[in-house]
Design a protein around this ligand. Structure first.
Ligand code: AMP
Ligand code: ZN
Ligand code: ZN
Length: 317
């Protein structure tokens, strides 16, 4: 059946008169690279992104939110490899084996990097693991989890003196969520869709240095350099919607090579500035300090402190 797949040769090696098999062919760049040249290309691309969006300077310390998955683990690794001062921070959500395995992968990478990760345990900090907490609020497990995670990213960064928090979002995440939010005209979300959000209103700067890289490129890099990660996805998450839009974006990409990248980066250049001028109107209004924990919150008592209260009073939804 069919012809045998012939591996392409590394194009950079070829220019130097060498014949070396490639480890990846990136259709959107029409580029085939060997292990050595792909690693070099990948790291250069991360560095370029950090500089282009003025994410942080080599003298700033960065807190990397690591989940144990390939993207954020790779981010923590590559930032250190590039010489940045990046520390890992993991929230143990208490979701059975999934959280246990994730924690092990974070610790394993910490050993490779010679850095001890910061670990926050939800049971200790809030009083219960996520599978219990989700019964005390309206909304899906993912939306509750997202809010709890963001609260802790902000709080821990401030307590530990980090002004920058980095997450592992990649080009597939960003382009497919842009598509989903455009289709639903979710303006509030679009006004905040940028790879760097400035430090403001008591929140640290938020950066996404992997936005120019696809899932496939990140996975290839992680496997080549030996970054440990878990392949499991969260058992609580209803990811059907997410996967639908990722699949749709992939279909569009297969139809017209390079669309994924153009769709997202042209949005940043041409459309985001318009939404951003409306930010104050679109995003929640004034923030105040939570009366209990002091974190910025749109109401007198923040989401997490209210959740703790409900948990103590056993007020389920
Ligand atoms: P997700 O919303 O699960 O796709 O995760 C988005 C980003 O949030 C990841 O790339 C990580 O940087 C960060 N993140 C997710 N889960 C955790 C966790 N349990 N602890 C720390 N950071 C996390
Ligand atoms: Zn090469
Ligand atoms: Zn609070």
């Amino acid at each position: 059946m069919g012809r045998k797949f012939k591996k392409k040769l590394c194009q950079i090696c070829k220019q130097k008169g060498l014949r070396k098999e490639s480890v990846i062919y990136m259709k959107e760049h029409r580029l085939a690279l060997c292990k050595e040249h792909f690693i070099e290309w990948f790291e250069k691309r991360v560095k370029e992104t950090i500089k282009e969006f003025k994410m942080f300077s080599p003298s700033e310390k960065v807190l990397v939110a690591v989940s144990g998955g390939k993207d954020s683990q790779t981010l923590w690794y590559v930032l250190n490899k590039l010489g940045y001062n990046a520390d890992g921070f993991f929230i143990n959500l208490g979701i059975g084996d999934y959280s246990e395995e994730s924690l092990q992968k974070v610790k394993e990478l910490g050993k490779i990097l010679g850095k001890e990760p910061y670990i926050v345990d939800l049971k200790e900090k809030v009083g219960a693991p996520l599978p219990v907490l989700k019964n005390f609020v309206l909304g899906t497990a993912c939306s509750v989890c997202g809010r709890i995670k963001r609260y802790h990213f902000n709080k821990i960064a401030r307590e530990l003196g980090y002004r920058v928090v980095a997450t592992g979002h990649n080009l597939d995440d960003e382009s497919s969520s842009l598509l989903a939010n455009l289709i639903n005209w979710n303006l509030k979300y679009l006004a905040r869709k940028y790879p760097v959000l400035p430090e403001e209103k008591g929140f640290p700067r938020k950066v996404k240095p992997l936005v120019k890289l696809t899932e496939e490129q990140i996975k290839t890099y992680a496997d080549l350099v030996g970054v440990p990660y878990t392949n499991r996805s969260c058992p609580l998450g209803d990811t059907a919607n997410l996967h639908f839009y990722k699949h749709l974006m992939e279909e569009i990409e297969n139809h017209a090579r390079g669309t994924k990248y153009r769709f997202y980066f042209e949005f940043l250049k041409k459309v985001f500035p318009i939404f951003n001028t409306l930010k104050e109107e679109l995003v929640e209004g004034e923030l105040q300090k939570c009366k209990i924990c002091g974190e910025p919150s749109p109401s007198e008592i923040c989401f997490v402190c209210r959740l703790k209260e409900r948990l103590q009073k056993k007020e389920t939804h």
